[in-house]
Design a protein around this ligand. Sequence first.
Ligand code: NAI
Length: 331
Amino acid sequence: MQKVTLIPGDGIGPEITQVVKDIFEYMKVPIQWEEVEAGEHVIKDYGTPLPEYVIASIKRNKIALKGPITTPVAKGFRSVNVTLREQLNLFANLRPIKSLKAINSKFENVDLIIVRENTEDLYKGIEYKIEDIATSIRIITRKASEKIGWFTFNYAKKNNRKKVTAVHKANILKLGDGLFLDAIRNISKEFSDIEYEEKIVDNMSMQLVMNPEKYDVIVAPNLFGDILSDLAAGLIGGLGLAPGANIGDDVAVFEAVHGSAPDIANQGIANPIAILRSSIMLLDYLNLSDYAKQLESAIEKSLFDKNVLTPDLNGNGNTLTLKNKIISFLS
Ligand code: NAI
């Protein structure tokens, strides 16, 4: 049986990954979880938020489902998420943003794919500070830009997508984003069936909140991709709904777009849909598409009942009521 590394993570992570475990068990999905612990809460035992055995488990199984992990702001240890992506060379962060019929959001037909470069840009974390002057170095390489470019266009082709929009700030970051754009533009020429356009990130942000239906696949350097992902999650009803995958050449780590949500942790009200949709991506990746379709359909049906929805969706329910409703549609 396929083994899958499971990292519950911090904050709401254990509550929402438990929902995936319960539902997969109910569905008798033919995988075996290998549960490992990473995050702020393991530092006291391991002296690090990312113990070596966690990386070893993912390298062995080549696939993982990960809950969110807390990163201290303006101090403390480096992001575990960033370190994992770097150490496993998970170069693409794939974030589908798709409207759900049952959810009343401002837009009904959003169907975007955000492809975020996942290994460089400001996330290299190279910073210096001398007295009151701080410098943060932004790294953009042709190698990583080409890698994400090929990934994006191959994904678009395989999934019958019509348009790729490259997002940048090359009017100001002439060298860094100039290089990123040059790499993506060259690759676009190999895909004559796919429309290609470029948008400056500030304009793109406005376009997305005005006319999200006009966009299809968006490719962006790391930081812009990160910010646009949360913005796009807001278009379909919030962070509780947006899934993601970190993809490498032969390793993939699936996780929601959202973070550890410390403001609602341990209250039983976290929305499990984003991590469940990430687990659907995982099932598709493992060619377990029948299970993926079954779960997707159960989720869609369950979201029509306001009484079971979590508070972030203006519902009167909680994590458990939503899980039970989904299970009721799996029989
Ligand atoms: P966040 O995504 O954790 O929360 C933002 C807001 O959305 C909060 O009000 C939260 O309650 C709400 N929210 C998020 N997920 C939800 C869910 N499933 N159900 C209901 N409401 C939900 O972002 P924030 O607060 O900026 O970051 C908290 C921590 O998470 C930080 O330490 C940050 O570094 C970390 N983080 C980790 C990520 C990861 O592990 N991949 C990604 C983003 C942030």
